[in-house]
Ligand binder design. Structure first.
Ligand SMILES: [Zn+2]
Length: 391
């Protein structure tokens, strides 16, 4: 039996299939005869069965639906899309159909990704959101590097325009009043707006009765590697605002990047009295560069915003203060100028205090806290021996 014959005679074909007793499968040997012993499920024969099936009966709505769904499954598989995406895409298609969305059938570029993005960028004035590159001369290695950074103001704008973040229940205000002052006594320590430091900062920067709101800037950075052996790394510096509750801040949606710090691990500094100190000072020059957006906002006393909260619109001024920096020990040590090594050869292992390493397991050990003055002196004047003594 050959294929043409198959297509001509439905009855014979189906007869043949039922005789074989293999549902939905046909197999053809080299002579063109059906061989019931060797099931053949090649795409070619499956396609023939399908086209024969579609030709032999009127195209049913159901069949076309299944075909479209199978095609979607194939697209998702090709791009390794998560399984759950199927229903979202079908939902999107349904919405498009109901809203009379016009799918471009002429192959025109109106519905391509690039023009769509260009349109959105123009319409919502998103040019500021893009990363920028600026040269920076590192003071010690005297190398000119290209810093990749984001504008702080644009990132703040992006955060404060996010409808998911700006929900009434997400805000961390005292007594549900945006201008509410912290109580004189906290009955319990909870989120970041409880505790002495918050209250003292608030008293220092906010005039009671004014339209100022304390907007704590929270920083986060953690080194990430760009290759499998960890030889080349990059450290993004991100920030969020402390006007939201902790569960909101735990979402990545509440964070924006300020820029990226370079890796100085492999850098060879010649002609420097102490390469380690020089690297740290270069690192701090980069930090200062990335934080200059925050400094500018602080110098102008904050930024104005129309805050919608519980059905009212308030004209407020957000006052930005850096509250704390989230990171790991290695990152914090680097930032504090501490020697990033944790072997017993290091004389003082803690970045907060001067406890000797061999006494670090002793709860009664004498551990005077480090002072900023002390650290500044070491960073600017410290020769290697002194630096490692403090480590
Ligand atoms: Zn300590």
């Amino acid at each position: 039996m050959d294929y043409e014959y198959l297509e001509q005679s439905d009855e014979e074909y189906y007869q043949c299939e039922s005789d074989d007793g293999i549902d939905g499968l046909i197999s053809v040997n080299s002579d063109g005869d059906v061989n019931p012993c060797v099931p053949d499920v090649s795409i070619r024969s499956a396609n023939l069965v399908l086209s024969h099936y579609l030709r032999s009966r009127p195209p049913l709505y159901q069949d076309l639906n299944v075909l479209a769904q199978v095609k979607l499954l194939r697209v998702l598989k090709d791009y390794s899309v998560p399984l759950a995406a199927f229903s979202s895409i079908v939902g999107w298609g349904k919405d498009c159909y109901l809203s009379n969305y016009k799918f471009a059938t002429d192959g025109g570029s109106t519905s391509g990704r690039k023009p769509v993005l260009q349109q959105i960028i123009k319409r919502y004035n998103h040019m500021d959101m893009f990363p920028r590159i600026a040269p920076l001369l590192l003071p010690h290695c005297q190398r000119r590097i290209h810093m990749v950074y984001h504008q702080f103001q644009a990132m703040i704008y992006s955060l404060l325009s996010g409808p998911e973040l700006m929900q009434d229940d997400n805000f961390l205000f005292h007594n549900e009043d945006p201008f509410g002052d912290p109580p004189a006594r906290f009955t319990h320590i909870g989120d970041i707006n409880t505790g002495r430091c918050y209250r003292e900062t608030w008293k220092e920067l906010i005039t009671p009765g004014s339209n100022k709101i304390l907007a704590p800037v929270l920083l986060y950075s953690d080194e990430t590697t760009t290759d499998s052996y960890g030889r080349l790394s990059i450290t993004p510096l991100n920030f969020s605002l402390g006007i939201w509750k902790r569960h909101v801040r735990n979402s990545h949606k509440a964070w924006r990047p300020l820029g990226y710090l370079f890796d100085h691990k492999e850098e060879k500094l010649s002609g420097q009295p102490d390469p380690n100190v020089a690297k740290k000072q270069d690192y701090h020059a980069e930090l200062a560069f990335l934080l200059q957006g925050i400094v500018a906002i602080q110098k102008q006393g904050g930024f104005e915003w129309k805050l919608k909260y519980r059905g009212q619109t308030y004209e407020v001024v957000f006052v930005c203060v850096v509250f704390f920096m989230v990171g790991d020990t290695a990152g914090h040590d680097k930032m504090c100028g501490h020697y990033v090594s944790y072997t017993k050869l290091i004389k003082q292992i803690c970045r907060y205090c001067e406890v000797p390493t061999d006494e670090a397991d002793d709860p009664d050990a004498n551990c005077p806290l480090r002072t900023m003055r002390n650290m500044k002196y070491l960073l600017t004047h410290g020769p290697t021996a002194q630096q490692q003594a403090k480590s």
